[in-house]
Design a protein around this ligand. Structure first.
Ligand SMILES: [Fe+2]
Ligand SMILES: [Fe+2]
Length: 198
């Protein structure tokens, strides 16, 4: 199966550790897509896959009571949540260090995205959500839209002001630092909800 999301070079923010995390999020969504595809073609495979997932990591406690046929997807979604939470924390740390004017709005967007993902995981655990192509497409959409709009906005800020801010911080003065009103984040279109893809 070809990758559900194929990483595009022009999605890179040119901030290596954050680009790496974005790539890992893409890879995790691709893993989920692969599981969904294989479940569709061989439903009996699900029970074995669930046992493999429990052995290979993920949040075993959360997914322990999930029916075997949904356990691998549950585990993979939990892993995606953990990765996403860590990634958002790293981005927010960088934005705070730079006193990024769009920090509060960006953080709010992270909160919405994470809440959507957590809700999706809850539905998967309860068996209410059949992880289908529609849900995966929504997941793909929110990730890419967020990267190319909101994340790109702070990356532009980082590349423009970051060096002088970091230099000024180490020298003990304020450096060139725009006010919130003076910086346009151009955050782009609203990020779609994850759970309404079906
Ligand atoms: Fe990001
Ligand atoms: Fe972000």
């Amino acid at each position: 199966m070809s990758d559900f999301i194929r990483w595009q070079e022009n999605w890179a923010l040119e901030i290596p550790y954050l680009d790496q995390q974005h790539l890992e999020l893409v890879e995790q969504i691709n893993r989920i897509a692969q599981t969904v595809a294989s479940e569709r073609s061989t439903p009996a495979h699900r029970a074995d896959a669930g046992r493999q997932a429990a052995a290979s990591g993920g949040d075993k406690e959360r997914c322990a009571d999930v029916p075997a046929q949904s356990r691998l997807i549950c585990d993979q979604v939990e892993e995606l949540i953990a990765q996403t939470r860590e990634h958002f924390r790293e981005e927010e740390t960088l934005m705070q260090r730079l006193s990024y004017p769009g920090y509060q709005e960006h953080k709010r967007e992270h909160g919405i995205l994470l809440a959507e993902l957590v809700d999706l995981a809850r539905q998967v655990r309860q068996g209410a959500e059949q992880m289908g192509l529609g849900t995966l497409t929504a997941l793909k959409h929110w990730l890419i839209v967020h990267i190319v709009t909101s994340d790109q906005a702070y990356a532009d800020y980082y590349h423009h002001y970051g060096p002088s801010i970091e230099k000024a911080a180490s020298a003990g003065d304020s450096g060139e630092h725009p006010s919130a009103a003076g910086w346009r984040s151009d955050a782009g279109p609203a990020v779609p909800r994850v759970s309404n893809g079906n």
